[in-house]
Design a protein around this ligand. Structure first.
Ligand SMILES: Cc1cc2nc3c(=O)[nH]c(=O)nc-3n(C[C@H](O)[C@H](O)[C@H](O)COP(=O)(O)OP(=O)(O)OC[C@H]3O[C@@H](n4cnc5c(N)ncnc54)[C@H](O)[C@@H]3O)c2cc1C
Length: 418
């Protein structure tokens, strides 16, 4: 993607030459280029790290209100008690000390895309030459649903522990109801994985309960072979899968969920609402004026917004049609970092970027499956397209895949935050 020689050349050439060659030097001849990143998840942390790694002359500030990132990846294992929060808590120390990223511990609240300034909640103003937005996802409201009370746990952290408490509260013979929103949403196999682990947990605790899965989609969205097999064999009589079932409202006090078909009583529940790009993306005008647009249209060569210049959107908030996964967020972040480094060197982005995604799904307490796909840029359509024959799922869940899952996650965590 980016040769070592060219990286060294850039590092040696310094910011003045880089800025001057672009004509952006008019703002201040002596100033180093400034990249501001909003959101320190897999996408934001990776782009901040790689811009600095590939050209340390570029100043990078990362705005993130949380002191560490709590990963959704592996978080279903925290729900069951198989892993602790420390396994999924990732610190920003290496970004700061090893790569010299300026970590701004605050929330971005405003963007002036004309003056190119980001404002944070405490009033700090951060000017930028290039802005990268990586704020993850936001949720649609569902009448009666208060996620502080009934957690979605589709952002990890306190929500993960609240979901664990829901699971722990299921009485013997009780009913756990969970819902899956219409695609596209974060992590296509994730909700089905969660259904399996909820069922596994109830069986292991000998609660003889039931897990009702309300899927707003007409069929399993990812790894259909794996999950249909799990629902019909491993969890026969425990998981009750109901496709085309959309949650319309929740009655928390009465412990009932209303769908387009029926009203269902629950003892514990996990409603995952429909999703859209993180709030700041809409606020900055990156979704345009059509309220039906949920994800930011971007050019996949650089992830620059198609609507607002010098603002790039990566990770779950972007709308290229690639799956919304941490692995994919990491890959997009590197394409974006490469494009930014090239931009400050007066060069065009790589004309043929490739990305990939992998999701490991625990199916029981000791086995897992996986799903992978590779994407390549198609110059004719200007879109990222799945490379033929690369979309694959594990033939069957195994213990070996379960062990590989931790190695894969460790690598991804280290590549993004380490
Ligand atoms: C149960 C589950 C299992 C999953 N398993 C896998 C898997 O096996 N493989 C895989 O690749 N992916 C998996 N994923 C998906 C993965 O977690 C997401 O795709 C990934 O986290 C997206 O990264 P992101 O950086 O776009 O968003 P996030 O990780 O959500 O990061 C966004 C960050 O932006 C910050 N932020 C938001 N707004 C602001 C603001 N205004 N100012 C400053 N900061 C802000 C947030 O605090 C957050 O830290 C899973 C997800 C779930 C829910």
């Amino acid at each position: 993607m980016f040769s070592n020689n060219r990286r060294k050349l850039l590092q040696a050439s310094g910011a003045l030459a880089a800025v001057g060659s672009l004509g952006v030097a008019s703002r201040a001849q002596a100033a180093a280029p400034r990249v501001v990143v909003v959101g320190g998840g897999f996408a934001g942390a990776t782009v901040a790290k790689y811009v600095r790694l590939w050209n340390p002359q570029i100043q990078v500030s990362l705005i993130e209100p949380n002191p560490s990132h709590v990963s959704c990846i592996l978080s279903n294992l925290v729900m069951t008690g198989a892993a602790g929060m420390s396994t999924i808590t990732l610190r920003y120390d290496a970004l700061r000390t090893r790569y010299g990223v300026n970590i701004v511990a605050d929330r971005a609240v405003g963007i002036d895309t004309v003056s190119r300034v980001v404002t944070t909640a405490n009033g700090t103003r951060l000017p930028y030459d290039k802005l990268v937005l990586a704020p993850g996802i936001d949720f649609d409201a569902i009448p009666g649903l208060d996620s502080a009370v009934l957690p979605h746990a589709w952002q990890a952290g306190p929500q993960t522990l609240a979901l664990k408490a829901q699971l722990d509260s299921v009485p013997a013979g009780g009913t756990f109801v969970m819902s899956i929103p219409k695609a596209p949403y974060r992590c296509p196999p994730g909700p089905y994985e969660r259904a399996c682990l909820l069922a596994d947990s109830l069986l292991r605790r000998r609660r003889a309960g039931k897990v009702i899965v309300l899927d707003a989609n007409s069929d399993v969205v990812a790894e259909p072979h794996t999950f249909h097999t799990a629902f019909q064999t491993t969890y026969a009589g425990v998981i009750d899968y109901r496709p085309s079932s959309e949650v319309l409202s929740v009655d928390w006090a009465g412990k009932k969920i209303v769908t387009n078909w029926e009203t269902i009583a629950f003892d514990a529940a996990n409603v995952i609402p429909p999703q859209r790009a993180g709030k700041l993306v809409a606020a900055a005008g990156l979704l345009g004026s059509d309220p039906a647009t949920r994800w930011a249209p971007v050019n996949p060569l650089s992830y620059e917004s198609k609507l607002v210049p010098n603002v790039h959107v990566i990770g779950d908030s972007q709308g290229t049609g690639q799956p919304k996964s941490g692995h994919m967020a990491n890959a997009q972040a590197k394409v974006c970092a490469d494009a930014l480094v090239r931009y400050f060197a007066g060069e065009q982005p790589d004309p043929a970027p490739m990305t990939s995604s992998a999701c490991y799904s625990p199916i029981t307490a000791t086995t897992a499956s996986w799903l992978t796909v590779v994407f390549a840029y198609d110059p004719v359509s200007g879109l990222m397209k799945a490379v033929p024959n690369t979309l694959a799922e594990a033939p069957a869940p195994t213990k070996g895949h379960y062990e590989d899952m931790f190695g894969w996650a460790r690598n991804l965590f280290a590549d993004s935050f380490g």
